[in-house]
Design a protein around this ligand. Structure first.
Ligand code: FO1
Length: 324
């Protein structure tokens, strides 16, 4: 538990995408009381599949905080069975997006509650209450925003088609977030930003382009982050030129960016006060600080639960130093 560093009265807002975000969120959950930690989740990965609304980043986070997640995969539930998927395949259904039997219940329940008129925030809070997740977990918006991936041959893929069906193979040329112009931050997101005890806004080590940007580019969020009383600290998802999970480094190369922590810092420049990089990237610290971004060098590779807790506490302490 973080004691002296992060006062009991202070709160942290974490911005989380997929697997990398959920890892740090778990470290934060072990370092702070549930009242001190609010987590806003990217919903750009959400998609309609087999008549269901699927919210991968929300489910990855909730399963992780509820200790239900498949730790090897990072997504989906542990102790899964695959009878539904096998039966679906027999009927000629699409099995490229693996849906476990336990996970299927989440998608069916969410889809039905949404059809009954529940907001995504209400469904998320309901699932958290049932699964014993006490932190406030909110979708970035209750309006549908859908990440679209533009690829070299001029086609546009939905995120899950790019990420799962096509295994991130296509060469990307850019992204856009369908529906974002009309989307508002969710009520819970607004409240968390407005929280007077807010002492740290932490951008978790998720993919900057497809997991973090949809959140930061929601109308009004830039201004709200600037106006918030807390420093914005981002944790690099790139370590020593590679992304620990997912296609971030490949995307950077295809976008003509060097796959370095400096390039990630430049991507976030103007929106962050602090940046957390791994010891293997220590030589980049002066160049990043020349951008006007305070930089913390620490161990940022999370293998064990203790790694997650250590990184969370280092980020919280760093935010307090910047705040002063
Ligand atoms: N990722 C995969 O690479 N393959 C899958 O079959 C897959 C299924 C899946 C089912 C439910 C869910 O919540 C997530 C799932 N993911 C799968 C992960 C998901 O595509 C990514 O975690 C996020 O969209 C990116 O962060």
């Amino acid at each position: 538990m973080v004691t002296s560093i992060f006062p009991e009265s202070a709160s942290c807002l974490a911005i989380s995408g997929g697997v990398g975000g959920a890892k740090l969120a778990l470290g934060l959950a072990h370092s702070l009381t549930s009242e001190q930690l609010n987590i806003v989740v990217n919903t750009g990965d959400d998609f309609e599949h087999l008549g269901m609304t699927i919210c991968p980043d929300i489910d990855t986070l909730i399963y992780t905080l509820a200790e239900l997640s498949n730790k090897e995969q990072g997504w989906g539930q542990a102790n899964e069975s695959w009878n539904f998927l096998a039966a679906l395949k027999k009927l000629g259904g699409p099995d490229w997006f693996q849906l476990g039997d336990r996970d299927l219940a989440t998608h069916i329940m969410r889809s039905n509650l949404l059809k009954e008129g529940w907001t995504l925030s209400e469904v998320t809070a309901y699932f958290c209450s049932l699964l014993g997740v006490e932190q406030l977990v909110v979708p970035m918006s209750d309006t549908k925003v859908s990440t679209q991936v533009h690829i070299k041959n001029g086609a546009t893929l939905s995120f899950q088609h790019y990420f799962v069906r096509d295994r991130c193979a296509p060469v990307i040329t850019g992204f856009d977030f369908k529906g974002i112009e009309k989307a508002q931050p969710s009520e819970g997101f607004y409240q968390a930003l407005d929280d007077k005890s807010l002492a740290c806004i932490l951008i978790c080590p998720s993919n900057p382009f497809v997991s973090v940007d949809p959140v930061l580019k929601l109308p009004g969020v830039d201004m709200l982050l600037q106006a918030a009383a807390a420093p914005v600290v981002a944790v690099s998802p790139i370590v020593n030129g590679i992304a620990l999970k997912g296609p971030a480094a490949k995307m950077m190369q295809e976008l003509g960016m060097p796959n370095t922590v400096l390039a990630v810092a430049e991507h976030y420049q103007g929106r962050i006060d602090g940046f957390v990089i791994d010891r293997s990237d220590a030589e980049w610290k002066p160049a990043i600080e020349d951008l006007g971004i305070r930089t913390l060098v620490t161990g940022s590779v999370m293998v064990t639960l203790q790694d997650r807790i250590d990184l969370a506490e280092a980020c919280l302490q760093f935010a307090m130093e910047i705040r002063v």
